[in-house]
Design a protein around this ligand. Structure first.
Ligand SMILES: Nc1nc2c(c(=O)[nH]1)N[C@H]1C(S)=C(S)[C@@H](COP(=O)(O)O)O[C@H]1N2
Ligand SMILES: [Mo]
Length: 438
């Protein structure tokens, strides 16, 4: 793993990124510490720090830290995962910077990685010999399928979005323990496999079947072979949904070792934790599955809104199902510069769990006015949707572009971080980027 220094604070929009004003960040940190800046949010301090006038300063919520001054990051490199930011290496957890999620179909090397345990033997060497899938529990005919047998079910290919339930956790205060994902624990790749429904039908679900329990071949961090790092599932109805798949290919290639080689589940639109990797067993349950990370505070949120920091009794927690509406600005990169008079072209992705996205809006004046973006339909249900827009920024100075998606039921992304919860799930606050007009 190699550490790389981040580029300068600003990159010149539409020009060679090497011309980025690498100096500016130095100037800011010399004059104003981030802490000091927080205490003094007056116009003059902001302008001094940003090195630019802020045309819509009067709209800036008080105490709000301009995106350009928010914590910067250092980039790390993980093999086969070009440009991802590593949060943890044992287990491996890595997220994708927003500007690298610009493709309609996320390349394998740009798909985030969230591991609870250790990658199983055979995955790295791409050795699938001896792999098989057990289907048991509340079924009439338990199955044991080889990869060959699995491939005999009707094959389907869909673009499907997977987002970790903890994506955005870094936004919560008081902070929640766990990987401090910012924006990039999400991706939408094209998967080939078979419908979970077809496999479950072959096994013959008993009337008592209510929930699935998925088991992977990954190893518990303790090294104890009896322990399982994570085993989650979904209500039978979601498992039978026609886009819930058992897959072996991502973008036409075998799954990467880090993303579940040779076979994984994709439960699109639900917390990524229900998309079991390195799948070995589907245990059909007659009650809500009780594998590791199904109970307590894992992947569960309070049944009612709570004040930040509240101790919530376990029995008041409920399992997260569909993920909320969300979007990203994938172009330009935050901290870009554009010349006055040039149109600012923007684009990005939007998705909404089990729903679709029906509108996308952008603001360059801290949310006072909004303009509608052009939004594509998904290529299939559960694929994320591309949007694009052109804005004319009227004066020189510092701007933020805020992006807000609205889903098919009318729910919108909030500007502020939504309902605090003990483990920091479901942060679908709007994405914002910094742009200066020079
Ligand atoms: N067997 C197994 N499956 C797993 C996990 C895991 O640790 N082990 N992590 C889950 C979580 S929490 C998420 S968000 C997704 C991430 O999928 P990705 O690593 O392919 O992006 O995989 C899920 N499937
Ligand atoms: Mo996750």
């Amino acid at each position: 793993m190699k550490k790389q220094r981040e580029r300068g604070l600003w990159e010149v929009y539409g020009e060679d990124p090497e011309k980025a004003d690498a100096d500016l960040w130095g100037r800011i940190s010399d004059r104003v510490s981030r802490r000091g800046f927080l205490k003094n949010t007056g116009l003059s301090a902001m302008v001094l720090a940003l090195g630019a006038h802020i045309p819509f300063f009067r709209n800036l919520p008080s105490g709000f830290i301009p995106e350009a001054l928010a914590e910067g990051g250092e980039e790390f490199v993980l093999e086969g995962k070009n440009g991802l930011r590593i949060l943890n290496d044992r287990p491996v957890n890595a997220e994708t910077p927003a500007h690298l999620l610009d493709d309609p179909i996320t390349p394998a090397e740009r798909h985030f990685v969230r591991n609870n345990g250790l990658v199983p033997p055979g995955a790295e060497t791409k050795d699938a010999s001896g792999w098989n899938l057990t289907v048991d529990g509340e079924v009439h005919k338990p199955l044991q399928l080889t990869l060959e047998q699995l491939k005999k079910f009707p094959q389907v290919t869909y673009a499907l979005q997977i987002e970790c339930g903890g994506n955005g956790r870094a936004g919560y205060y008081p902070p929640a323990k766990g990987n401090q994902w910012t924006l990039g624990a999400v991706g939408c790749s094209r998967y080939t496999g078979v419908r979970m429904a077809d496999v479950l039908k072959e096994a013959g679900l008993k009337d008592s079947a209510v929930y699935t329990g998925y088991y992977g071949r990954d190893l518990h961090l303790s090294g104890d072979p009896q322990r399982v790092p994570i085993s989650r599932g979904t209500p039978i109805a979601k498992a039978l949904e026609e886009h819930t798949l058992i897959v072996w290919e991502m973008n036409g290639e075998p799954l990467p070792a880090l993303n579940g080689f040779p076979v994984r589940v994709v439960t699109p639109g639900w917390p990524g934790s229900t998309s079991a990797k390195w799948l070995r067993r589907i245990f059909v349950r007659n009650k809500i599955h009780d594998g590791p990370k199904m109970g307590g505070y894992a992947y569960r949120v309070p049944k009612y809104p709570v004040a930040p920091g509240t101790k919530v009794p376990e029995e008041d927690m409920k399992i997260i199902e569909s993920m909320p509406v969300k979007s990203l600005i994938t172009f330009p990169k935050t901290r870009s510069q554009i010349k006055l008079g040039l149109p600012l072209k923007l684009r990005g992705q939007a998705w909404a769990g089990d729903r679709s996205v029906k509108a996308m809006h952008l603001s360059f004046d801290f949310g006072v006015t909004w303009q509608k973006a052009k939004l594509k339909d998904p290529v299939n249900p559960y694929a994320w949707q591309q949007w694009e827009a052109t804005l004319d920024l009227p004066f020189r100075g510092y701007y933020e572009i805020w992006a807000r998606a609205t889903d098919s039921a009318g729910d919108m992304q909030p500007m502020v971080v939504p309902g605090w919860n003990p483990k920091g799930y479901l942060n679908n606050a709007m994405h914002r980027i910094a742009v200066t007009v020079v």
